[in-house]
Design a protein. Structure first.
Length: 90
């Protein structure tokens, strides 16, 4: 299986959840596909919930969420995720 990246960061999909970044870093973005449509045999996301999360295993999932937003497609979700991760890079 090929490694998929966007702007130099890994993308991993598990069902309707997409993780952007690396769990080895302090932050990762979780994107949940909340709605999708099918046209001409292709399914596309139409609502994606995005969460900037700390990767600290000592935090509960709710405590780890630092920011959240909803985007209408995968491109906009990835652009936001990339900007978030760029802003927290130290």
């Amino acid at each position: 299986m090929a490694n998929v990246t966007y702007r130099g960061r890994k993308i991993v999909r598990n069902g309707k959840t997409i993780y952007y970044g690396s769990m080895a870093n302090p932050y990762v973005v979780s994107m949940n596909i909340a709605d999708e449509k099918t046209e001409n045999g292709f399914t596309t996301a139409t609502k994606i919930q995005c969460y900037l999360m700390k990767t600290d295993k000592g935090l509960s999932p709710m405590e780890s969420i630092q920011k959240n937003a909803v985007k209408p497609n995968l491109f906009e979700a990835l652009e936001l995720a990339s900007a978030w991760l760029d802003s927290v890079r130290s």
